[in-house]
Design a protein around this ligand. Structure first.
Ligand code: 1GP
Length: 234
């Protein structure tokens, strides 16, 4: 079953980290997002102050019709103001807290919300330097050379009934997930594939689509240089 939020392919999500984003810039930044080929806004980060996500999502929603999807680093980032929630299980790692523990904690926060909860197999892939996900979750990424392991992990997510697989190189990664990995995983998967981490140019975005990514997530490149929006105008 396909999620109602992720119906098409070649989707682009702009990731906003509430910790690195000034709320007073929301209108200006979201206007650029609206004028671009972006189809989704993701909100989340590894370490976010309590309530910062709620306030930011509320503000974003007043400036756009694009779906706002939570990409939470922690349970405190769940807010009913958003449209959907990637219910991430970090299946590349073996830390029970991030496989199932946080999810149990989240249940009481999900009651009385209309959030579309999307079970997502989250696979952290080595990308040249230690990333925040690695540090916060205390798990090791899978090596880019272990394509079989990555592919089987993604397939296991599908067989467990997850609706999405997310190949994550980590925010600000030195290099993104390779085309070969995306291609191999996609060829073995019947659910949509998200790819993110370290994608900084239109070329890299197109390479990810060409390899088979259904949705690409980009955050850091826009944080560092909003001129990047000029290259991805509608
Ligand atoms: C991080 O995949 C996302 O979780 C996006 O990464 O910030 O490197 O674009 P970047």
């Amino acid at each position: 079953m396909k999620s109602s939020i992720f119906k098409e392919d070649k989707l682009l999500a702009i990731l906003i980290d509430p910790d690195k984003f000034l709320i007073e810039n929301t209108a200006r930044f979201i206007a650029k997002v609206n004028a671009s080929i972006a189809t989704h806004i993701f909100v989340g980060g590894s370490t976010v102050e309590i309530h910062a996500t709620q306030v930011l999502v509320k503000e974003i929603k007043t400036h756009t019709k694009l779906p706002v999807v939570l990409f939470p680093g922690d349970v405190t980032q769940i807010t009913k103001e958003a449209d959907g929630l990637l219910f991430l299980s970090l299946i590349s790692g073996r830390n029970p807290e991030y496989l199932i523990g946080k999810h149990i904690e989240a249940v009481s926060k999900l009651k009385n919300t209309n959030l579309e909860v999307i079970p997502t197999g989250y696979i952290l892939i080595e990308s040249g330097k230690e990333t925040a996900v690695q540090r916060v979750t205390n798990t090791q990424p899978i090596s880019q050379n272990s394509i079989n392991q990555i592919t089987n992990t993604a397939k296991a997510a599908e067989l467990l009934g997850m609706q999405l697989v997310y190949l994550e190189a980590g925010s600000g990664a030195k290099y993104p997930v390779s085309q070969e990995i995306i291609k191999t995983v996609k060829a073995n998967l019947n659910i949509p594939l998200i790819v993110g981490g370290g994608i900084r140019s239109k070329n890299e975005l197109e390479s990810a689509y060409l390899a088979g990514a259904d949705l690409v997530v980009i955050g850091t490149a826009f944080e560092e240089d909003e001129a990047f929006f000029n290259q991805i105008k509608k």
